[in-house]
Design a protein around this ligand. Sequence first.
Ligand SMILES: Nc1ncnc2c1ncn2[C@@H]1O[C@H](COP(=O)(O)OP(=O)(O)O)[C@@H](O)[C@H]1O
Ligand SMILES: [Mg+2]
Length: 366
Amino acid sequence: MATKKQKNSKVDDVIQEIGIESQEKKGKTETAAEQIKEEVNQNSKKEEFSLRDLPGVGSKMADTLKEHGFHTPMSIAMASVSSLEALDGISELTAGRIIDAAKEHLDMGIKTANEFMKDHATRGFLTTNSKALDQMMGGGIEQGVLTEFFGDFGSGKTQIAEECAVTVQLLLDRGGLNGKCIYVDAEGSFRPERIKQMAVALGLDPNKVLENIFVARAYNIDFQLAFNSKIREMIDVQHEPIKLVVIDSLTTHFRSEYTGRGTLADRQQTLNKYLHELIIYAEQYGLVIIGTNQVMANPGMMFGDPTTPIGGHILGHASKYRVYLRKGREGKRVAKLIDAPHLPDAEVVFMVDETGVHDFDEKNKK
Ligand SMILES: Nc1ncnc2c1ncn2[C@@H]1O[C@H](COP(=O)(O)OP(=O)(O)O)[C@@H](O)[C@H]1O
Ligand SMILES: [Mg+2]
């Protein structure tokens, strides 16, 4: 059996070959590439220095931490003891100590409610390109939290995810976040041609738009879990202005790779840890995180729509917003907001057609 370390480095190799890669990398001169490499080198030297500022972190431990996606004191401060003690050569005691030291190093105390409000007030929203859908969600898809779109096959989950991979690149005054996207594709449904259609509809250069979407094809659960530490690396080390992370879908591999009741607890625990990490990234980096999810038939439900999102309570608690999508006629889609803590449950209609996601009314006026 492969050890954890071997397994991880194997996954890493494949990620480098086929994984997180800009869709269109042409046009960079060798000198520019060299410059970027040099910059990254400089930066990682700096990061290592700051990691090693933490008492008890030597070069070996710094390497181990970096290998697992912890590049900065901030990433350590936000980590849980269980996620660090799982690494080679780090005991529970050490994990606790370096987390505390990192918090102290960063002067992170308990925030007053006012400070908390101030931090959160700066959070923005990302447009879905449908005003109705944005309005239902309080102004768009909120930064700093996980938003889940669930629904049947063909209900529009991937369409919304792809549209947002485009809109995130718009400037703030157009509802964008002027940033880039990491798109974790667990189902093989990402379509660059579709992105191009959506980009053109918004008046953007389709090739530039593709260049700003880093697609990571998650063939199995190991890939999907490994990509989580790549998110940190792309932001902390490569300094990519990532503002959106898409996971399409969150649950496919969790469902197919853990079958039978015996491993249900295992599955829920891994899913829980995975989602927890995502939530921390969202909060720490002000990311919009969109996760999609399938539904399963719920035979116990006699009335209403007999479908339930996969992932149970764990996903329910992790997502601040859950939106249920249904397919209507002629490209119409119905979106229903469920259990948002500060917004009423509501339902709106939007459209999916060749130009992407947009309002139903707007199309009707034409
Ligand atoms: N180019 C297009 N033109 C019109 N409609 C499209 C186009 N591409 C996708 N769609 C619509 O989106 C649907 C697929 O939605 P999708 O978001 O991929 O489903 P899922 O919820 O399974 O991810 C198609 O059935 C079709 O109705
Ligand atoms: Mg899909």
